[in-house]
Structure formats: structure tokens, C-alpha cells
Design a binder for this molecule. Structure first.
Ligand code: ADP
Ligand code: MG
Length: 321
């Protein structure tokens, strides 16, 4: 099979919205009148973003999921994506499974694969997603205000527990191992929640590197600080973290990475509206603290004692060998 047969067989799905998809020099897309594009790219590199043991179906899923998560964080509606792929060789079993996982998630979100690039090389997957949002309604990192409440969706720290377990550094029961591994390998992008938060959230980001880093970006962009409630944060911890002590659980909520939940802020008057919006789309949300004047993050227990952040840091690809 040559490069073009490979593309035609695995990466040219039938299209509904595109004017022209893969097969020509460019894809063509007719933007909806009056909408803005939301555009984001994310690359997955073997050994850095995923373990060689991951199933190709889930790898296809995750490669698109992490990109859709960025659209979710902006409150954008997914439309289309391109796929740039480097493969060490043509392995049809692998390609079938990879494109199966990729296109299944694409279908769920009505996001069309409209083109890309394919070459031989160390396994590397780069996706660019295109979404749309009405002007002025994108959820940005820069809008958090003092007294806003800080919220997270879903459950935190489960993906980190899954990684630690797969690396043999954490022992989990079989049931917890399956759940944690699922969190790591099959994240669910919170697209519907992002859309539901338009007009409610003052700022938002997705949690790819952990709260410390991703909420940190919101705080820096907004020129504010945040005080988080350790007990509320533990309520948002994934149930598998019951296998570790509460200090470790808090730390993995703060700098676990790979959760692909949303962290967002909203004015306190919108508390009930946020709960209602989240209930409408069936995603649990937890209020974990508030925005305060100043800068940086503090985490406090109910008795006023601070949870130490010493030595904790968000995941940084250039800081970790
Ligand atoms: P060009 O040489 O003009 O850059 P290519 O030979 O790279 O075009 O690709 C041929 C066609 O196949 C293009 O329309 C491109 O968008 C599409 N394509 C290439 N790789 C992929 C891929 N991994 N997924 C989807 N479409 C792809
Ligand atoms: Mg060309």
C-alpha cells in the first residue's frame, strides 16, 4: 500500500459540511456568517504523551480528544480537523484501529477530518481543530475577577493515578486500575459544558497539566490570585485517589495532568446558573474556591491551615527529562 492508498482507506471519511475535504491541495470550508474561528493544535509524541503500550484505538481517540478539549475550554463548537501523522511503517491493523478510535470520537462531536499530511518517521500525531464561536463569546483565560468562584468539572487526579499504576509506582485494585487507566487513555472532552458556559463563565481553561499550571494560566492572564478549599478539592478528586493519602490526592489534583476537565471562574451570582447549566449537559461540577486580589494560588484546609505547595509544579515538557 502506498501513501495515497493509505490516506484514502483510513483518513478520508465521508463529509457533511466541508465544501471539499482531503484529496486536493487544500480543503475548502464555508464559514458560518458572523461567527469567529477558534483554532488549536496539539501534538502527541510517543514516550512523552503516551506509553508504547496504549491501544491504537484509544490513541486515535485521545489524539482528537485533547484537541477538542481546547475548543471546549473556549466555548467553541467543533467543526473540522486536520491530521498530520508520522508513522514508522504501514501496519494495517494499527491504522484500522487508530482511525477507528479517531473517527468514532469525531462523529460524536460532528467534527470532520478534512485533510492532513502523512510521512514516515517516529510515531507522531499532530491534530489541528477548527471550531466556531459568536464574536465576544469565547471563554478566555483573561476574564477572572476578584470574588468570582472557581469551579472544576468532573473528577481530578485519576489520569495521574493511572499513569503511576502503569509505571508500576502505585498499586491499585483491579477495578480502580481499570477506572484510572480509562481516565488516562480515554479522556472525554467537555465540549457540551464549554458551550453551556458561554455567557456564564468569566474565564476558562482545560486541565491538561493540572490545576497549578492551568488555573495558574488563568490567574496570570487575569492579574488575580485564587484561594482554594482543600476539602472541596478532595470532593472533586477521582474515587481511585481513595487508594492514596489525602495529601497525595490533593497533590495529584493540583499537578496530576491529563485530566482534560475544565477549570473555570464565574461570578458568585451565577452559582445556581452554573449548577443548572452543568446539570443540563450531565457533567458534575464542583466549586473549589474563589478568586482573590494579588497573584498565585493558595490551598487552605477548613481550619485555616495551608496545604503546602512546596516542591509541586505543573507538568512542563522542558523541565522533565
Ligand atoms: P500535498 O502534497 O499537496 O501537500 P499530500 O500529498 O500531503 O498533499 O496529501 C494529499 C491529500 O491527502 C491532501 O488533500 C491531504 O489533505 C490529504 N491527507 C494527507 N495526509 C492525511 C491524513 N493523515 N489525514 C487526512 N488527510 C490527509
Ligand atoms: Mg499540494
Amino acid at each position: 500500500m502506498n501513501e495515497f492508498e493509505l490516506i484514502a482507506r483510513y483518513f478520508r471519511p465521508s463529509l457533511k459540511r466541508a465544501v471539499l475535504g482531503g484529496g486536493d491541495d487544500c480543503a475548502l470550508w464555508q464559514p458560518s456568517p458572523g461567527q469567529q474561528w477558534a483554532i488549536s493544535s496539539d501534538m502527541l509524541v510517543e514516550g512523552r504523551h503516551f506509553l508504547p503500550s496504549v491501544s491504537p484505538y484509544l490513541l486515535g481517540h485521545k489524539a482528537l480528544a485533547v484537541n477538542l478539549s481546547d475548543l471546549a475550554a473556549c466555548g467553541a463548537q467543533p467543526l473540522a480537523f486536520t491530521l498530520a501523522l508520522a508513522l514508522p511503517s504501514i501496519d494495517e491493523g494499527w491504522l484500522q484501529a487508530f482511525s477507528g478510535g479517531l473517527l468514532a470520537l469525531a462523529d460524536v462531536h460532528g467534527c470532520e477530518l478534512i485533510g492532513g499530511d502523512t510521512t514516515r518517521g517516529p510515531l507522531n500525531i499532530c491534530i489541528t481543530v477548527f471550531g466556531e464561536v459568536p464574536p465576544g463569546q469565547a471563554l478566555l483565560r483573561s476574564g477572572a475577577k476578584v470574588q468570582d468562584q472557581v469551579w472544576v468539572s468532573g473528577a481530578l487526579g485519576g489520569a495521574r493515578a493511572g499513569l503511576e499504576a502503569l509505571l508500576g509506582r502505585l498499586h491499585l485494585s483491579e477495578q480502580h486500575l481499570q477506572a484510572a487507566r480509562h481516565r488516562l487513555e480515554a479522556p472525554q472532552p467537555r465540549v457540551a459544558l464549554g458551550l453551556a458556559l458561554r455567557g456564564l463563565a468569566s474565564a476558562a481553561a482545560d486541565l491538561s497539566d493540572g490545576l497549578l499550571g492551568d488555573l495558574g494560566h488563568i490567574l496570570a492572564a487575569s492579574g488575580v490570585g485564587a484561594r482554594l478549599d482543600a476539602d472541596a478539592l478532595l470532593q472533586a478528586a477521582h474515587p481511585v485517589l481513595q487508594a492514596v493519602g489525602s495529601t497525595q490526592a490533593l497533590n495529584w489534583c493540583l499537578c496530576g495532568g491529563d485530566d482534560y476537565e475544565l477549570v473555570f471562574t464565574a461570578p458568585p451570582q451565577q452559582h445556581q446558573a452554573v449548577l443548572d447549566a452543568a446539570a443540563r449537559v450531565g457533567v458534575p461540577v464542583t466549586c473549589i474556591g474563589e478568586i482573590v486580589p494579588g497573584s498565585g494560588l493558595q490551598v487552605q484546609h477548613a481550619n485555616g491551615q495551608a496545604h503546602s505547595l512546596d516542591g509541586l509544579r505543573a507538568f512542563d515538557h522542558f523541565a522533565t527529562p
